[in-house]
Design a binder for this molecule. Structure first.
Ligand code: MLT
Length: 274
């Protein structure tokens, strides 16, 4: 399905009935990251999974794609779909976008799922790496990024034993056009630190991370949990902040270990107040 959202044609899936979930993929991926969640949860929930600007089958205007811009795209999309409030499920860059969405439209957020992501902004070195990567993509195309990122995205177990998952991850990255990769790299490099945003979270939150996530390791997840809890005390009691480590998974938990990811998501959704 496609809709004109802001200045772009945005491609998305919208399946199932029930309370709404907005599934926000990471970089440089597309909505098929959520294939197994779309399949498994559609009988109980309405699942909206867009291709972010510059990714998948959505249009790729020139960047930078700021996290706020991508959050606005998503808010406009749920407006068009007449969804008042949604559970935001953001993986990695999708998590950065979820933070921006929370800052801008908190009344539209029923709960947050922060998967394989971090609150901190890029370090100066990280920013420089992104600039260099953007330049490489400009000069040589995206294949250099794809082959460089693949071993970092997936756990050793996935890389060795799950060729279909490896092919799926490679396909998502290969399908992302150079303009999209560059726009997202520029936008992520500019993103602000979201640690203070974490302290403002007042909705139930689930933090998920792959045990073998090399990009945003379990220590980042624990740091986010502690920041949320220490900021709130009584206002957001400990039982509203859940944290799960997904075994046999690297950075792409919903794709690498769908049963464990779906179970964590299902249990969290069942715990939400009506
Ligand atoms: C992602 O998976 O979205 C990226 O690895 C995030 C990043 O590069 O910071």
């Amino acid at each position: 399905m496609k809709q004109l959202v802001n200045d772009i044609q945005m491609n998305y899936e919208d399946v199932g009935n029930g309370p709404a979930l907005l599934l926000i993929h990471g970089f440089p991926l597309d909505h098929t990251l959520w294939t197994y969640q779309l399949e498994s949860l559609r009988n109980e929930y309405r699942l909206v999974a867009p291709d972010l600007r510059g990714h998948g089958k959505s249009q790729a205007p020139p960047g930078p794609y700021r996290m706020e811009q991508m959050a606005k795209d998503l808010c406009d999309l749920i407006d068009l779909l007449k969804i008042e409030r949604a559970v935001l499920v953001g993986l990695s860059m999708g998590g950065y976008i979820a933070f921006a969405f929370w800052r801008l439209y908190l009344h539209r957020v029923r709960a947050l799922v922060l998967a394989d992501t971090r609150a901190a902004a890029d370090t100066p070195q990280g920013r420089q790496n992104r600039q260099e990567m953007a330049q490489r993509v400009q000069d040589q195309g995206t294949s250099t990024v794809v082959e460089g990122m693949l071993p970092k995205l997936l756990s050793p177990n996935t890389l060795q034993n799950k060729p279909k998952v490896v092919a799926h991850a490679r396909r998502m990255m290969t399908n992302t056009p150079a303009t999209g990769v560059i726009g997202a790299l520029q936008g992520m490099a500019e993103r602000p630190d979201a640690t203070l945003t974490l302290s403002t979270i007042t909705v139930p939150t689930l933090i998920v991370v792959g045990a073998d996530d090399a990009i945003t390791p379990p220590a980042e997840a624990e740091a986010m949990r502690e920041t949320i809890l220490s900021a709130h005390g009584e206002q957001l009691p400990g039982d509203k902040v859940h944290s799960v480590i997904i075994p046999d998974a690297g950075h792409l938990t919903p794709l690498e270990n769908p049963p464990a990811f779906n179970q964590a998501l299902r249990e969290f959704l069942a715990s939400l107040p009506g």
